[in-house]
Structures are given as C-alpha cells and as structure tokens.
Write a protein that binds this ligand. Structure first.
Ligand SMILES: Nc1ncnc2c1ncn2[C@@H]1O[C@H](COP(=O)(O)OP(=O)(O)O)[C@@H](O)[C@H]1O
Ligand SMILES: [Mg+2]
Length: 350
C-alpha cells in the first residue's frame, strides 16, 4: 500500500465560498485536498454547510467564488457521444467520434489524461461529462421508485450510453454483468427484480451505492447516507462504503487494473460513526473548516470547537452500538426533510 502522500489528488478545493441569494454565507473560503483512496468524513452542526459543500463540488449548487478541481481521470477518455473508448469500461459500442484528447474538445474536455480538471471552469456540456466521474449517494436514496433494483443500478450507466440506447433503455451485456456483480457486492443479489419502492431503507442505500459504482467514478459524494437508518444498518452501510472504496484501489473483482482507489467525501450526522469509519475528518462550523485531522483527534475540546458546548463523554467510546446517535445536536436541519429540489434534479438527470 502506498502512502497517502504519494497518491494522486482526487479532488482539490481552493477558497470555495457560497453565499445564497437569501444572504446566507454557507461556505467561506474552504480549501482542501483529498487524495485518491481517502474516505473523508465531513461533520458539523446542522446548517454548518456540509450539504452545500458537497453540492458545490459537482455544481448542483453553484459556488459564489473559488475553484473545484477533479484529479486526473483513472479511466480511458470519453468520446464526444459520451461512450468511453477504452477496453475497461464495459461499453463496446464501436461508436466513435474524436476523443476528448483532441484539441477539438477544447475547454469543455472532461477527461484530459494525467491532468486535473477544473469543474468550476466547465460549460454545461463539459460539466455533464465530468459528473459521470462523480458518484452521488444521498440520504433520501433518490431511487426511481417504479423501477427495479437492477434498472436503478443500470441507470448509473445511462450517462455513458448514446441517447437512443438510453431512450430504449437497452444496456450492453457488459453493463448488465457489471450491475449483477455490484448488486452481489452490496448484498442484493437476490433482490435484483424487486421494485425500489418495496425495499427497506438499508437496501435502498445499498442500491444507491451500487448505482454510484456503476458509473465507475473517481470520487463519491455521500450526503448523510445513514440519516434515516437504525444504528446497526448505519454501521453496515459505512462498512460497505469503506470496503468498496478500498477495493477500487486493488482492482479486486472489477476486472480492471489496480488503481489508486476511490475517494469519498461523506457527510455524517453521527460523530461516533465518523470516528469509527472515516480515515480523515473535517469539522465544519458556520461554513469554515475548524478541524482537519484523524478521527482520533476528535477530543471533547475539538468537538466543542465544531458543535459548541456539550457533554461529549458518551460520544467518545465509539464501540457501543447504542451510543451512536449521541453527539449530534437535536435540532434537525432542512436536510432531514423530504426530497429537496436538488435531489429531484439528480433523479431527473438519471
Ligand atoms: N437553497 C438554499 N437557499 C438558501 N440558503 C440555504 C439553502 N440551502 C442551505 N442554505 C443555508 O446555508 C447554510 C448551510 O446549509 P447546509 O449546507 O444545508 O448545511 P448542513 O448540510 O451542514 O446542515 C444554512 O444556513 C442554510 O440555511
Ligand atoms: Mg445537510
């Protein structure tokens, strides 16, 4: 295993700020760098800007200032129709326009090999392409209810298919085989034909994970994946997320060459879960980073800096399942509610 310092950067934020039209300063000059393979937890009180940060990265929320850079692509270049051209992506369309390597792709190219891509500098078309490299997993699961588990996972591949194929919803056999493999990996091999609306919360989140992985992303953005789940299921989902990110680094079971690993940013509602499952934790308070370090560094003093005064005693021993809901202010932010317009947009974008 290489040291994190030697790994390529998966994501870099430079002085990212967001001020909503309402005047709320949700983010103030947030800068950070996430190496490939790192699973980073974002904690902070309700309203601290966690969701805004995640949404500014893929520009579902447009940043007011600052830059977002996606690291060099781990996959082959994407052609102008959106089909990938390399052997590993499972799409064997034979289609093929100029690759984005060419100068013709210009400023909108989403996949220049070996180079960072500035997401904040992309037009609509380039952004669409770049978003395929970012898997999104949100707390409300954002599944298409009337579709089956398998269809939901395959929808993760839609961005790679030519329009007519996605319209007919016909998927290349390799994509179907890959979806079976992913559903097996997330423990849903026996549920492939079930409709999404017949699943439990934990199962829905597993489908969300499989769907995001079907994109073969270089980065996962995960917003409060366990907010509506019981403590045991929450742990299983966190363990699964950690596992799939690590496996992406070994090439295990993917039929692809070993890569540097899948990076993830996970907004976590629960300090104990962050301590147990994250490789690095960033604490946000009022849109600013007030902690950036290992989970072991979340001492009572640090938690007070992030969340304000509280008795942190019961939060610290993360072993006890029953304690995992402590440590979070009881006020619920708007992120706890039903699908917000941006979630709706994600569903529509699929
Ligand atoms: N769509 C929006 N319009 C205006 N203000 C918003 C919007 N979304 C979030 N905010 C505000 O931005 C701040 C950060 O919110 P959010 O990113 O949802 O925080 P968190 O996910 O940490 O709870 C809060 O003050 C919130 O009220
Ligand atoms: Mg939120």
């Amino acid at each position: 295993m290489t040291e994190p310092a030697e790994r390529p950067t998966a994501l870099r934020l430079v002085a990212l700020s967001k001020r909503y039209r309402t005047g709320d300063q949700a983010l103030s000059e947030v800068s950070l760098s996430v190496p490939a393979g790192q699973v980073l937890g974002l904690i902070g009180p309700s309203g601290a800007g966690k969701s805004t940060l995640i949404r500014c990265i893929n520009r579902l929320v447009e940043p007011s200032a600052g830059q977002v850079f996606l690291g060099p692509s781990s996959g082959p270049p994407v052609d102008a129709t959106g089909a990938t051209t390399g052997p590993n992506r499972g799409v064997h369309e034979g289609t093929i326009a100029a690759t984005t390597r060419g100068a013709a792709a210009g400023a909108d190219r989403a996949d220049a090999p070996g180079r960072e891509l500035e997401l904040t500098g992309l037009g609509r078309r380039g952004l669409r392409r770049a978003r395929r490299r970012i898997g999104m997993i949100f707390q409300e699961y954002a599944l298409v209810e009337r579709l089956t588990v398998m269809e939901n996972v395959l929808s993760g591949r839609l961005g790679y298919l030519p329009f007519w194929r996605s319209w007919l919803r016909r998927f290349p056999p390799n994509d179907v085989a890959e979806a079976f493999r992913l559903l097996d990996r997330v423990g849903l091999a026996d549920q492939v034909n079930k409709r999404a609306d017949a699943l439990s919360g934990g199962q829905r989140q597993r489908v969300g994970i499989a769907r995001a992985l079907a994109q073969r992303p270089d980065l996962l953005l995960v917003d409060e994946p366990t907010a509506s789940l019981d403590p045991k299921t929450s742990r299983q989902i966190m363990r699964l997320l950690r596992g799939v990110c690590a496996e992406a680094g070994t090439g295990q079971g993917t039929g692809t060459a070993p890569g540097p690993g899948l990076a993830a940013i996970v907004n976590i509602h629960d300090v104990a879960l962050a301590k147990q499952f994250m490789m690095r934790v960033i604490g946000l308070r009022a849109g600013r980073i007030v902690y950036d370090g290992p989970p072991e560094g979340l001492t009572p003093a640090v938690l007070t800096r992030i969340y304000g005064e509280e008795d942190w005693g019961p939060t610290l021993p993360a072993e006890d399942e029953g304690l995992s809901t402590t440590g979070e202010p009881s006020t619920k932010g708007e992120s706890q509610g039903p699908l917000r317009p941006t979630d709706q947009r994600i569903v529509e974008a699929l």
